[in-house]
Write a protein that binds this ligand. Structure first.
Ligand code: SF4
Length: 230
C-alpha cells in the first residue's frame, strides 16, 4: 500500500457506527452554514510530507475543523494555534491553515490523527480508538523509514502512539512513560531510534486557560527540530 492508496481507502471507512452517524449528522446540519464550501463529513487522512522527519499525532478531527474542511487541523482555532507555531518553527510554509486549497505545505512534517473521524465532545471511546488503530499502524509503517520524532498532542495521542509503536515492534518501556508537556522517550525499533515527545493539545480548553501558551509550544517544537536533526 502507498500513502495515496491508504488515503483513498481510509476516506470511505465506516467501521465505527457512532462516529459515522456523528460525522454525517454534523455535516448535514452545518452544510447550510458553509454553503459556499463543500463540507467533508468523512474520515481524515494523514497529510503532509510523504517522507517526514517529524510526525504530529493528534487525537481526532474536530467537528467543524477537519471534519468540515477535509484536512487535519484545518479551519478551526486549534489548527490556527498549531499552524502558527509550526510556521514559527519552520515546519509549515504558512502561518494559517484555512481550507484544503489554501496553498499550505508542511515542511519535513506529516500529521495524522489517532482516530480519523470526528467524535462527539472530542472524545472517542477506547473501542473506537482500537477500531481505527489499523489505519494508524499502516501509516506509521509507511513513513517509518524517515520519521525521527513523533509529537503527541495530548495524553490520548501519547497513549495511542506508545501502543502503536509497541505493535510495530518498538521497545516501549514498561510501565509506560507518563505523558506531560515536554515529556520525551527514546524508542528503539525496526527502523532505528525514534523520539516520542509530548505536548499539551492546542485545544481551546488549553489555550484559553493558559495551560498551553505560545512559548510553551514553541519550546517543544524547537526541541523537536533538534531531535529530528533539522
Ligand atoms: Fe473508520 Fe477510523 Fe472513522 Fe472508525 S474512526 S469509521 S475506523 S476511519
Amino acid at each position: 500500500t502507498s500513502l495515496e492508496e491508504l488515503t483513498a481507502r481510509v476516506s470511505v471507512c465506516r467501521a465505527c457506527p457512532r462516529l459515522v452517524t456523528w460525522r454525517e449528522d454534523v455535516a448535514e446540519a452545518k452544510r447550510a452554514s458553509y454553503s459556499s464550501e463543500p463540507y467533508w463529513g468523512r474520515p481524515i487522512a494523514g497529510w503532509g510530507a510523504p517522507d517526514p522527519a517529524v510526525l504530529v499525532l493528534g487525537l481526532a478531527p474536530a467537528a467543524h475543523g477537519g471534519n468540515r474542511t477535509g484536512r487535519i487541523f484545518t479551519g478551526d482555532r486549534s489548527g490556527d494555534w498549531l499552524f502558527a507555531a509550526l510556521h514559527r518553527a519552520g515546519l509549515a510554509a504558512q502561518a494559517t491553515s484555512v481550507h484544503a486549497g489554501d496553498g499550505q505545505r508542511l515542511l519535513h512534517t506529516r500529521m495524522v490523527a489517532a482516530v480519523r473521524c470526528a467524535p462527539p465532545a472530542n472524545k472517542p471511546t477506547t473501542e473506537e480508538r482500537d477500531t481505527c488503530a489499523p489505519w494508524l499502524d499502516r501509516e506509521l509503517a509507511l513513513v517509518a523509514p524517515s520519521v525521527r520524532v513523533v509529537v503527541c498532542l495530548g495524553s490520548f495521542a501519547w497513549e495511542a502512539g506508545l501502543k502503536a509503536y509497541r505493535r510495530q515492534g518498538y521497545d516501549v518501556p514498561r510501565p509506560k512513560p507518563r505523558f506531560g508537556h515536554g515529556a520525551e522517550v527514546l524508542l528503539t525499533g525496526p527502523a532505528g531510534p525514534l523520539h516520542l515527545v509530548g505536548s499539551y493539545h492546542p485545544s481551546q480548553q488549553n489555550t484559553f486557560t493558559g495551560t498551553l501558551t505560545e512559548p510553551m509550544l514553541d519550546a517543544v517544537l524547537l526541541r523537536v527540530r533538534e531531535l529530528a536533526g533539522l
